[in-house]
Ligand binder design. Structure first.
Ligand code: SF4
Length: 412
């Protein structure tokens, strides 16, 4: 077997990790200065941008411990039957790489995932050891996100929580049928049990102990998961239903949606085309509505013929257009819950409306200063000196406020 240098392993194992969206790196642009030998590349050597639990944008070294895997999940480039170049880091190599990058200020943290080598416990042991050594031996104070293997023992997951900021367990696909069909070695029940155990551990450790009266540090960034979108026929309504259940049952901090991307030598069980990236974006917006805007999962797509999110307009605007009887809302009187339903008003704008109206009545211009575009808001509100009249019910309202369609690029 060819002996690979650390640099070669890094190239293979950072490339293999790019399919995982659950470090929230999807906002990073496609800059690539590697070819020009310039500086500032965000790709190529495993450095990605991510949002820490406190909202800061941080750079992470995003790698797999190994892309060898004994499982054969159809949608995964690293599955056992895939014909890709394989590599495996030692614990020592990951620790050294992380520290070297960290000391040079290239990164602020590590996102570590892995294929399953020999057994889930053996793989998890190595991942935990990376985190343990970083924290205890190297006194690493950066962010650590470990992708937990659901079949690994509870003791190992507990150890992982002592050193990692965030743990995640991938639910993989929106439905149990999907998991059974496309990832036959994985058991949806095991994934759920693992998430439930992690939830209770996080809650248990968040309570101050009788002896020390302080909270024990245990995965302070909570747990998250990732769902692949478009690898099976589940509708957006089905996906959001699963997300709502996951948030409710396991207190997840985030569900990440990763648009399925066709892989080389793909199984015939998979679609040939990837779903539009906009679908992923709309799912994130709908997810946001459930978490921060008080929407129930069922109402986001209520009344749609196919249970799919509209790709042309955002889900809140789509909901408002289907529920025009709820509008217009008076921005000087409506309660917070109602204000959050107005298209074009974000949570911050709503807070500012509530603050401002304590000492003055709002006019349309005042609302305009608080939001990005008043065009979207105007037909849905009443303000001092402003009423939309018949505009709220106008047959062509959607055309008037929806973003204009853009010609797709034919050659990219
Ligand atoms: S277990 Fe993970 S790495 Fe292995 S084939 Fe499945 S998704 Fe890929």
């Amino acid at each position: 077997m060819t002996v690979l240098s650390t640099r070669e392993k890094l190239a293979i194992l950072s490339d293999a990790a790019k399919y995982d969206a659950s470090c929230a790196s999807s906002g990073a642009g496609g800059r690539d200065s590697l070819k020009s030998r310039g500086i500032g590349s965000t790709e190529g050597m495993g450095i990605c941008h991510s949002y820490a639990p406190d909202g800061r944008c941080i750079s992470l070294l995003k790698i797999l411990l190994t892309n060898f895997c004994i499982y054969d999940c159809s949608y995964c480039i690293n599955r056992s039957s895939s014909n890709v170049r394989r590599a495996r880091f030692t614990v020592d190599e990951v620790v050294r790489l992380t520290m070297d990058f960290y000391k040079r200020n290239y990164i602020e943290g590590l996102f570590l995932s892995s294929g399953v080598i020999r057994s889930p416990d053996e793989t998890m042991t190595e991942m935990v050891e990376v985190a343990r050594r970083l924290r205890l031996d190297e006194k690493f104070g950066g962010y650590i996100h470990l992708k937990t293997i659901p079949e690994a023992s509870a003791e190992l997951v507990e150890k992982a929580g002592l050193y990692a900021d965030r743990l995640s367990i991938n639910v993989e696909l929106p439905t149990d049928e999907g998991v059974k069909r496309l990832a036959p070695e994985k058991r949806p029940e095991t994934i759920r049990v693992s998430m439930a155990k992690l939830r209770s551990k996080i809650e248990e450790k968040a309570e101050p102990t009788l002896r020390t009266k302080t909270r024990e540090r245990f995965a302070p960034g909570g747990q998250s998961t990732q769902m692949i979108v478009g690898a099976d026929a589940t509708s957006d309504a089905g996906i959001l239903k699963t997300s709502a259940r996951l948030y409710g049952s396991y207190q997840l901090r985030r569900v990440y949606y990763s648009a399925f991307s066709p892989i080389p030598d793909a199984s015939s069980a998979l679609p040939l085309r990837k779903p539009p990236l906009m679908r992923e974006h709309r799912l994130y917006q709908a997810d946001w509505l459930m978490r921060f805007y008080g929407f129930e999962q069922g109402e986001i797509l209520d009344g749609t013929p196919d249970g799919m999110l509209d790709l042309e307009i955002d889900p809140k605007l789509a909901w408002a257009l289907r529920n025009r009887a709820s509008f217009p809302l008076d921005v000087n009187r409506a309660d917070k819950e109602r204000l959050l339903r107005i298209p074009g008003l974000g949570t911050r704008a709503v807070e500012r409306i509530l603050e401002t109206r304590r000492f003055k009545r709002l006019r349309l211009e005042d609302v305009g200063r608080l939001c990005q575009s008043i065009t979207k808001v105007r037909p849905f509100i009443v303000a001092d000196g402003w009423s939309p009249g018949a505009a709220t019910d106008a047959a062509r309202l959607r055309e008037a406020i929806a973003p204009k369609p853009r010609q797709l690029e034919l050659f990219r």
